[in-house]
Design a protein around this ligand. Structure first.
Ligand code: NDP
Ligand SMILES: O=C(O)C1=N[C@H](C(=O)O)C[C@H](O)C1
Length: 258
């Protein structure tokens, strides 16, 4: 028996790669592709293509919905899946802490598993884990994330998750000069949990992040680069398999990698 998979956002940059990965894996069957609401129904890549998540899930009855859409649509898509007993694997970023809390509650009410992973690349997960470790000893830290210029959300989901993980070990302290002033608004970046995140958007970039630590007479840089979107596919494969075994919401691939 294979795991039946539907992919929302299947024509996007990530979705196209995910369709290829699911087709190539004998343990999975692609049963539906889903695009922006209003997309015309067609048959593509051997699976029907829908413009409505609920209709796609009701008609094709997948085990798993992979969501690679937009911050505006992912929460609703996930809620639709959970109500229909379909397990979501969500790579879409832009969720708030309140969204994650309410989705976890819904998962538990429905007795269904779900995974939200702000980054599916193994190296990015290691970067976050190493940053959490380093922050214990080097609490002065700034995050610089760099992405392609079509990205909708800032800062990236990866930067937010990294900041959360750093916060688990970083002793409380105020960084920078106490009288520091921004001459140009935003010059010092956004503040998350007491330290800064800087977002760079440029054509030519894919997905990159440097976590920069400072200490007396020394710095430490932990950097990850996704140079293409294939880098995310082993993580999506892992999450599809894992979501079949869990109940409740897992937030972050670090939670299922051990
Ligand atoms: N977790 C991870 O490892 C990664 C996560 N991401 C995240 O994945 C998401 C997608 O990224 P990317 O592929 O670059 O973005 P794209 O804009 O290339 O793709 C998004 C796709 O979703 C479609 N879409 C929009 N609204 C809906 C909807 N309501 N239902 C179904 N489909 C919809 C879009 O259609 P249309 O073209 O018609 O607008 C488009 O095809 C982003 O949130 C990004 O941050 C990206 C890379 C890695
Ligand atoms: O939009 C992207 O491209 C990416 N989004 C994710 C994020 O917001 O962290 C993951 C990766 O950085 C690529």
């Amino acid at each position: 028996m294979t795991i039946k998979v539907a992919i929302a956002g299947s024509k996007g940059k990530m979705g196209v790669e995910a369709v290829k990965m699911v087709h190539a894996d004998e343990a999975f069957t692609l049963v539906a592709e889903i695009g922006r609401p209003g997309s015309v129904y067609t048959e593509e890549n051997g699976a029907p293509y829908f413009g409505d998540v609920a209709e796609a899930l009701e008609k094709t009855k997948p085990d798993v919905l992979v969501d690679l859409t937009t911050p505006q649509s992912a929460k609703e898509n996930m809620e639709t899946a959970l109500r229909l007993g379909v397990r979501p694997v969500v790579g879409t970023t832009g969720f708030s802490a309140a969204d994650i809390e309410s989705l976890d509650k819904l998962c538990r009410e429905k007795g269904v598993g779900a995974i939200i992973a702000p980054n599916f690349a193994i190296g990015a997960i290691l970067m976050m884990k190493f940053a959490r470790e380093a922050a214990k000893y080097m609490p002065h830290v700034e995050i610089i994330e760099m992405h392609h210029d079509q990205k909708l959300d800032a800062p990236s989901g990866t930067a937010i998750k990294t900041a959360e993980m750093i916060q688990e070990t970083r002793p409380e302290l105020k960084q920078g000069h106490p009288e520091e002033e921004e001459v140009i608004d935003g010059a010092r970046g956004g503040v998350v949990n007491g330290f800064r995140i800087h977002s760079v958007r440029l054509p030519g970039l894919v997905a990159h992040q440097e976590v920069l630590f400072g200490h007396t007479g020394q710095t430490l840089s932990i950097r990850h680069d996704s140079i293409n979107r294939e880098s995310f596919m082993p993580g999506i494969r892992l999450a599809i398999n894992k979501v079949m075994e869990i109940e409740g919401l897992v937030y972050g691939l670090d939670q299922i990698m051990e």
